[in-house]
Every structure is written in structure tokens, then in C-alpha cells.
Design a protein around this ligand. Structure first.
Ligand SMILES: [Zn+2]
Length: 103
């Protein structure tokens, strides 16, 4: 999976289309991401021993990777990520718009 934790992405599908956010968690196996401030769902919770307060809890639900686009923090454009090898053999990601190395 090319998108990782702490990357910034733009949501391109669904009810939060157009929102930007930082990746809080990535689930490479499911190709899903939890993005800060995006895709809130409401869950009704009953008071239990762990959760004293009953009521509605809002939390971010995972979004599939196909619904977001990576935003390059160098050129600030939504872009695709490529990968290449440095001279020392290290694999890095790069922005396909400005060709800057991302990490
Ligand atoms: Zn870029």
C-alpha cells in the first residue's frame, strides 16, 4: 500500500468528498484508512463498566483507499505516488506530479 500513516489525502468519493485529512491509521490488509475528521459515523453506546456514559459516540470510520487521493506536501497537488530505488538501494516513494521524494 502506497499511502501511509501521517500522509495527507483528499477524499474523492462518498459523503465527505472534497475533504482533506491526515491518515490516522492505515490497514494495509484491507486497504482501508482512518482519516482525521473524515467519515464520521454515529454509534449508540450503552453504559457499560468501561463506558460510563451512555449516548451517541461519533468516531471516524475507515475509508477504502480507492476513495482518496494522496496530496503531495511539496507541490500541494492531489497526485499519484510512484516508487523508485535510491543509489544506496533504499526504496522511496515519489510524487508523480513534481517528482519530489516523499520519504
Ligand atoms: Zn508533488
Amino acid at each position: 500500500m502506497k499511502i501511509r500513516k501521517n500522509d495527507t489525502v483528499l477524499v474523492i468519493a462518498g459523503k465527505d468528498r472534497g475533504k482533506k485529512g491526515k491518515i490516522r491509521f492505515a490497514y494495509p490488509k484491507d486497504e482501508k484508512l482512518i482519516i482525521e475528521g473524515v467519515n464520521f459515523i454515529k454509534r449508540h453506546a450503552r453504559a457499560t463498566r468501561q463506558v460510563r456514559q451512555a449516548g451517541i459516540i461519533e468516531r471516524e470510520a475507515p475509508l477504502h483507499i480507492s476513495n482518496v487521493m494522496f496530496i503531495c506536501d511539496k507541490c500541494h497537488r492531489p497526485t499519484r505516488i510512484g516508487s523508485r530505488f535510491l543509489e544506496d538501494g533504499k526504496k522511496v516513494r515519489f510524487c508523480k506530479a513534481c517528482h519530489e521524494v516523499i520519504d
